[in-house]
Design a protein around this ligand. Structure first.
Ligand SMILES: [Zn+2]
Length: 120
């Protein structure tokens, strides 16, 4: 069953909001499982590729598969950043940076509040 979204989740997914750093419940989650989009249940990331970046947001160095996320250039707040959006529903998830660990060099920096965790 799809859960209905609360106002904070809608703010992030549909209005490109960002939750305060270190506020997310899943930030320090180390259990094995899959992370999916709150907006549509598309599987986004796996716990295998989650790591602690110290940024205050859940960080992943890779996506679950090629249908997980899309990226696009985001010029908001006078910065050029790469926005990470859900492949399926186009919901805003977070941003992609090039300072990730050696495996990929990528850091997918994602809001915890719009992630749904399913334990393996
Ligand atoms: Zn989605």
């Amino acid at each position: 069953m799809k859960k209905s979204l609360n106002t904070k989740q809608i703010h992030i997914l549909r209005k490109k909001g960002t939750e305060p750093a270190f506020s997310g419940k899943l930030l320090h989650n180390k259990e094995d499982g899959l992370y999916s989009c709150m907006g549509c249940e598309n599987t986004l990331f796996s716990s295998k590729e989650k790591y602690d970046s110290g940024s205050g947001w859940p960080s992943f160095y890779n996506v679950h598969n090629s249908k997980s996320v899309k990226t696009k250039i985001d010029y908001s707040y006078s910065m050029k950043r790469t926005e990470v959006i859900c492949y399926n529903c186009n919901g805003h998830l977070g941003h992609l940076f090039d300072d990730g660990p050696k495996y990929t060099g990528k850091r997918y920096c994602v809001n915890s509040k719009i992630l749904n965790f399913t334990k393996k």
